[in-house]
Ligand binder design. Structure first.
Ligand code: F0G
Length: 383
């Protein structure tokens, strides 16, 4: 049997029965979702620990981040409701996704971004997709406050993750992981900023395990629905682990942070909107929050690129930086299956990448002559 003629048309079509859409909903999609779950081969050997680590490479979504999962739903529902304009505050990826899906839908996107604090690729995306790009002299949290205030006074739909449809779309990443592994992982690690994504993943895992249990009890010939599991959620679910950048770590401080700072600009957020919900995720899943220094984040980013060929942006690498530490300390148990979400593509932030890679071993400058090229090869061959 072959799969010829089957065209993937995005996550709303794929998970239609688990999303709030109807037959008449006009779906706005760019083919998002269905991202690779890549098993790490080389780094577990370096860690010398017996663990299975998979990275969910969300950087391969149409605009290069997981935001597309939520944006296809948010823009679809905005258009269904007759909205002609959307608005968001963003550290860069939400604005890129909002701009692209608005272009696709033929509506206007307004994006508020912190002046000078977003990666170049993300700024290029918002501008190129045709969003009205508003740079504010403030940070993401200021932008979020302004967006909430202005949405009461102007005909615009907010597409930040306080829009419930965003989380609905984002929960589908958990469905994909369960389908590929045949079960939920033991641990799921994510970088945390506004805390929408960790909340959405937990929703996805809970919904899946509830469905599994219903299936089990319905088809069980012995208990007829009277066993101890009937009606309860017992399917396997991971412990959720949220890593923050040390300079922007309100969940670790236990309080909002007024002047967040980190090289991982995507998660430079001090006032997370999903504060209560993310704490509940930790309580229910038995997971934890922790922090990573900027230095550790950059080391993790480079390790993933140079040992596995997976280029993610700095914020995404926080999940690997934190997981490495927790695997090494034994907090994440040996024998575990671990999924790390790599939230965004490394190509979005070329400045940070290039700044880390200067040095003789990576970049050699020579005259355009055969001998010089041959010498450069001989000088740099692995021993
Ligand atoms: N990783 C990346 C690459 C992000 O862009 C974000 C958030 C996160 C992680 C954190 O996800 O907020 O759901 O906890 N970026 C938002 C933006 C804030 O505007 O693009 P979260």
């Amino acid at each position: 049997m072959n799969n010829f003629g089957h065209r993937y048309t995005g996550l709303i079509e794929r998970y239609r029965d688990r999303l709030p859409v109807s037959e008449s909903t006009p779906i706005i999609s760019l083919g998002e979702g269905n991202t690779p779950l890549i098993k790490l081969h080389n780094l577990p050997k370096i860690l010398k620990k017996n663990v299975d680590i998979y990275v969910k490479y969300e950087g391969l979504n149409p605009t290069g981040s997981f935001k597309d999962r939520g944006m296809t739903m948010a823009v679809t529902k905005a258009v269904e409701a007759g909205s002609k304009a959307i608005i968001c505050a963003s550290t860069g990826n939400t604005s890129a996704a909002a701009a692209a899906y608005a272009a696709r839908a033929g509506i206007t996107a307004f994006v508020l971004i912190p002046d000078g604090k977003i990666a170049m690729g993300k700024l290029a995306q918002a501008m190129m997709y045709g969003a009205i790009t508003i740079q504010i002299k403030g940070n993401f949290d200021d932008g979020m406050r302004l967006v909430k205030e202005v949405a009461d006074k102007a005909p615009v739909t907010i597409v930040n993750s306080i829009n419930p449809y965003r989380l609905q779309g984002q929960k589908t990443a958990a469905f994909e992981i369960i389908e590929e592994l045949g079960r939920a992982p033991d641990y799921h690690c994510l970088p945390v900023g506004n805390a929408g994504n960790i909340t959405a993943h937990w929703m996805g895992y809970c919904e899946s395990s509830a469905t599994d249990v219903t299936k089990v009890t319905e088809s069980c010939a012995f208990c007829e629905g009277h066993c101890k599991y009937a009606g309860s959620i017992v399917g396997n679910r991971p412990k959720m682990i949220g890593y923050q950048a040390a300079g922007s770590a309100p969940f670790i401080r236990g309080a909002m942070v007024d002047d967040p700072e980190t090289i991982a600009t995507a998660i430079r957020i001090g006032h997370p909107q999903s504060w209560d919900r993310a704490w509940k995720v930790m309580q229910e899943s038995g997971g934890w929050f922790d922090e990573c220094s900027d230095e550790d984040i950059l080391v993790a980013q480079k390790l993933l690129a140079q040992y596995e060929g997976v280029f993610c942006e700095p914020a995404s690498a926080a999940s690997f930086a934190g997981a490495m530490r927790d695997i090494q300390s034994g907090k994440i148990a040996e024998g575990s299956t671990i999924v790390l979400t790599l939230t965004g593509n490394g190509m979005k932030d070329p400045d940070t990448a290039i700044a880390q890679c200067t040095g003789k071993s990576v970049m050699v400058q020579i005259p355009a002559e055969l001998d010089a090229v041959r010498q450069a090869i001989l000088n740099n061959l692995a021993p």
